[in-house]
Design a protein around this ligand. Structure first.
Ligand code: SF4
Length: 173
């Protein structure tokens, strides 16, 4: 575990169920897929949905790097956190093989893109008079993002890293 975390790790609150891990992963996957579908028509030079493909490629790269820079130094490395990603990290990278400062910057992928994608989709929808299907996708994307807040707070509240993790939504617990 990274030295900066060692003194602040708490007892996890109960075991993490496989159903909760699968459910939270499905929630993130659905948000990422919907985000790409919203970007799909926005820029298509030669018929290629460049923005959507770029988003998914960026996401895949950053997610792998996060398993190195955040998860390899986490209490849950090789264990089951609320996302189960400690196991991915242990399969892919040696322990403590990343840089937590880099991990913190990479974690901006959870904060910056959602409002940018939302505003882009809104502008695209109004400017090009899209049909009901596009608005339905946007509504679904907004609903899943709203749902992610209580889900994340619940997961953070049970996590052993809740006091020391920079992204914790339950620092006061
Ligand atoms: S709690 Fe966060 S940093 Fe730790 S293994 Fe799980 S996803 Fe990675």
């Amino acid at each position: 575990m990274y030295p900066c975390y060692r003194d602040g790790v708490l007892e996890p609150v109960g075991p993490t169920s496989l159903a909760a891990v699968i459910g939270e992963n499905l929630l993130y996957l659905a948000m990422w897929v919907l985000a790409g579908l919203l970007l799909w028509p926005v820029w298509m030079p030669g018929g290629v949905p460049v923005l959507a493909i770029g988003w998914w490629v960026l996401l895949a790269i950053v997610q792998v790097l996060l398993k190195k820079h955040n998860c390899s130094g986490c209490y849950y490395y090789g264990k089951t956190c609320h996302l189960g990603w400690g196991h991915l990290s242990a399969w892919w990278f040696p322990p403590d093989s990343g840089d937590p400062a880099v991990g913190m910057r990479l974690a901006m992928i959870y904060i910056v893109p959602p409002p940018v994608i939302l505003l882009t989709a809104l502008a695209w929808g109004f400017l090009t008079h899209v049909g009901a299907g596009y608005w339905g996708l946007l509504g679904g994307y907004m609903a899943l993002n709203a749902l992610s807040f209580p889900v994340r707070k619940y997961g953070c509240g049970r996590c052993a890293m809740r006091k020391v993790c920079a992204g914790s939504a339950a620092k006061g617990k």
